[in-house]
Design a protein around this ligand. Structure first.
Ligand SMILES: Cc1ncc(COP(=O)(O)O)c(C=O)c1O
Length: 362
């Protein structure tokens, strides 16, 4: 079967659309090596299996809609109070909830960015403006942000898809300026667990309009379970909670979340592995002709093709013939057909990616 000819030309809007790809290609899911979704290569913490088995007995009841035990564990882990936490069915649910609940007159998205910010704002009929950052800025802010009349700002930290971290002073200055002007800031920390010390959580108490968006998906490798949360001032959490659909976080997800937070050894091993493999992959990509990877603080790398004979789409298609999936990043606002993104995976898989890229690019 000619895999290259049988895939759709249309770029999927997100990474990780592997069910669709496998179906289109007539393959089993296990035959695809997915570099398009940025999931911890260590897999999920082993303790979640027993936790889920135990929690199965409870699914004859509705879930605890307040997620009290999980919130207490999160509060202990982050040194915050349970009143500063709202748990959701993945952080994506919470992006939509924030857009709906805060009803801003205008929102500003620092781009390139996760496309669901824009979709959520559109669904809430909120006008959206973009502050597009450039390659020279490492695709994130390099000066305090001017909200340009918006009353809600979306900013990812670390940036997505570049993985760049903001200078801590710059982030503080931006938060202070937005606070002075009465602007809400949704700081998307979906990937910050890989560099937890960079989280803005230690400043949360000073900023009543900052919302930190967190996810179990990436770091704990449970995208299929759907579990995320917001950290914010208690008044803001109550405002969001009042509009959240009841029981959106199921019993098994709550049990899994608690088991994840209990495994500090897994967290340390994950951070070490990703740091080491990220260096390996960055070096390997840099040594290939026509590839320019950008430095990243986390488990994904944005790469620019600096040669005219390939686009991200044509490279993606070529790699699919070897059953490797990368994220064509051309549909991010501010990027173009030269950009793609890869996840950092385990050594043997990263080697397979580098070999396949070498085959096409050398
Ligand atoms: C930057 C960023 N934020 C948030 C999310 C949402 O993650 P989830 O809904 O799985 O928690 C994603 C998913 O790809 C993302 O890339």
């Amino acid at each position: 079967m000619n895999i290259s000819n049988s895939i759709s030309e249309k770029t999927p809007p997100h990474g990780g659309d592997v069910y669709h790809l496998a179906r289109t290609l007539g393959l089993d899911l296990s035959e695809l090596l997915d570099f398009s979704a940025n999931i911890n290569p260590l897999g999920f913490p082993p303790g979640i299996v027993a936790a889920v088995e135990q929690a199965l007995g409870e699914i004859v009841h509705y879930p605890d809609r307040r997620c009290l035990e999980l919130k207490q564990d999160l509060a202990d882990y982050h040194r915050l109070s349970p009143e500063q936490i709202l748990v959701g069915n993945g952080s994506t649910e919470l992006i939509y909830l924030v857009a709906r609940a805060l009803k801003p007159k205008k929102a500003l998205i620092v781009a390139p960015a996760f496309s669901e910010y824009e979709h959520a704002l559109q669904a809430a009929e909120v006008p959206v403006a973009f502050q597009v950052t450039t390659e020279a800025q490492s695709f994130t802010l390099d000066a305090p942000l001017d909200p340009q009349g918006a009353d809600l700002v979306f900013l990812a930290h670390p940036a997505s898809p570049s993985g760049a971290l903001l200078q801590p002073d710059l982030l503080l200055e931006t938060a202070a300026r937005l606070d002075d002007e009465g602007v809400f800031l949704l700081l998307d920390e979906a990937f910050v667990d890989f560099v937890e010390e960079a989280s803005f959580k230690t400043h949360l108490a000073r900023f009543p309009r900052v919302l930190l968006l967190r996810s179990f998906t990436k770091f704990f490798a449970i995208p299929g379970m759907r579990l995320g949360y917001v950290l914010a001032a208690p008044e803001l959490i109550s405002r969001l909670a009042a509009l959240q659909e009841p029981w959106s976080v199921n019993t098994l997800a709550q049990a899994m979340g608690r088991a994840c937070l209990a495994d500090l050894d897994y967290m340390a091993r994950s951070r070490d592995l990703v740091r080491q493999e990220q260096e390996y992959l960055l070096e390997g990509l840099s040594s290939l002709p026509g590839l320019q990877p950008f430095p990243s603080a986390v488990n994904y790398l944005l790469v620019k093709l600096t040669r005219p004979d390939f686009t991200a789409a044509s490279l993606q298609k070529a790699l699919l013939s070897k059953r490797i999936v990368i994220r064509d990043a051309s549909n991010f606002r501010g990027l173009d057909e030269r950009f793609f993104r890869v996840a950092v995976r385990a050594r043997a898989e990263n080697q397979r990616l580098l070999e396949a890229l070498g085959h096409f690019l050398r």
